[in-house]
Design a protein around this ligand. Structure first.
Ligand SMILES: [Zn+2]
Length: 106
């Protein structure tokens, strides 16, 4: 079982990674489109993909911030629905999980 400090370190590292990713996607997205119309179509498609990736990164950032808050107030690793402890293996796989495997799959 990981200690609180190890979990906090992992979450913080992941947060930095996601923030970097969101930032570079944002920089990529703010570039002007190519003038050529064929390239423009490809660029637009890429842009949609990058927007989806950025959206996903921002969502995970929110989840990790929530997990760090729960670490601070001692609610980390407790299921938000049934109040049972979330299995350590699940937290290992999904550090920002807010529900135990039973409630998450219900
Ligand atoms: Zn539960």
């Amino acid at each position: 079982m990981s200690t609180t400090e190890q979990i906090r370190e992992r979450l913080t590292a992941r947060l930095a990674e996601l923030a970097n990713r969101a930032e570079s996607l944002e920089a990529e997205l703010s570039k002007p489109l190519e003038a050529d119309s064929e390239e423009q179509a490809i660029a637009r498609e890429n842009e949609e993909t990058m927007e989806a990736l950025e959206e996903a990164a921002l969502q995970e950032i929110e989840q990790i911030r929530g997990a760090l808050t729960r670490l601070d107030n001692g609610h980390y690793g407790v299921c938000a629905k049934c109040g049972e402890d979330i299995a350590p293996a699940r937290l290992e796989a999904v550090p920002s999980a807010t529900r135990c495997i039973n409630c998450a799959s219900a």
